[in-house]
Design a protein around this ligand. Sequence first.
Ligand code: GLY
Length: 346
Amino acid sequence: MKTHEVYFDHLGVKPFENLIMESGISKTFVLCDQITAELCLPVLKELVDLREFTLILIPTGESHKTIDTCNIVWELLTKVNADRKALLINLGGGVLTDLGGFAASCYKRGIRFVNIPTTLLAMVDASTGGKTGVDFGSFKNQIGVFSAPEFTWVHSIFLKSLPQNQIRSGAAEMIKHGLIYDSKHFDEVISNFSDLTSLISDSVSIKQAVVAQDPTEKGLRKILNFGHTLGHAIESFYLKTSSSLLHGEAIAVGMILEAHLSHRRIGLSHEDLATITNHIHSLYDLPKINPADYQAIIELTKQDKKNEHGSVRFVGIEQIGKAAYDIPLAVEDVLEAFSYYKEVTL
Ligand code: GLY
């Protein structure tokens, strides 16, 4: 997979306008959901001269991150005879950039695409690094390919219309970047939690540094999944109930659980465990998890993409700012971690 640039704020205007004016582009399509079409497309039009484009509208939300929604994109592209030189601009959150990147990468074996993330979560995580895909049943991102955008353009102007719970959701990935790679970033995110705008580029730089060393996740890139083995399982579990969690909220829970696993398995100090737990607890409205659901959640970890030869693996942290990966997950340790979490959220 090729690497790609990430441009911030006004620095994205020129590359964007240059790209859409390229003679190599036959037609430009902008992919939006109902929300970004209403709130973000007018902002993008103010930022750049979009010239002629066709809007592709898809329904909003994780439940629409499916092959059926890709069909909407492929049907429209086919109907208007989009050729291989078509360009897809993905304007939206992580669901949209993941799905749009996947749809673009499959259409006629691949057309070029640009990601313009409009949520904090997509800015600091989903829109960079070339992971694309859709959910399959209740399994998140089960179907997908590594495929890099032409570039990602992160513009903080889109955060203005974002609700606070979405900001907190994205901030969980920034906390994660600090915990796995850079303790200074962790401290900064925690102490500037009310306004994280100036820290977005640092967070993206951490992700890019990791992805550059291992673009297709053969090894090191797995560390970007800290908090996600149990976090994804919890997110998938709650997807099936009436009380669904935002991705970052589930990852916040997953980070506490996996910090506890790290304490038991790879020597994360008691002090670091307490620091992580206390900060996350003070910043997030953590859900209580019913002990009757532990086994079902553990069962869902079997679908994690980091598993090898049927063995469930997780990412741990040895100390704040330093991660380790491919650590086997033992059920008794997870039950201990759930007990710890229960105490914390009493
Ligand atoms: N979200 C984790 C990764 O991009 O590898």
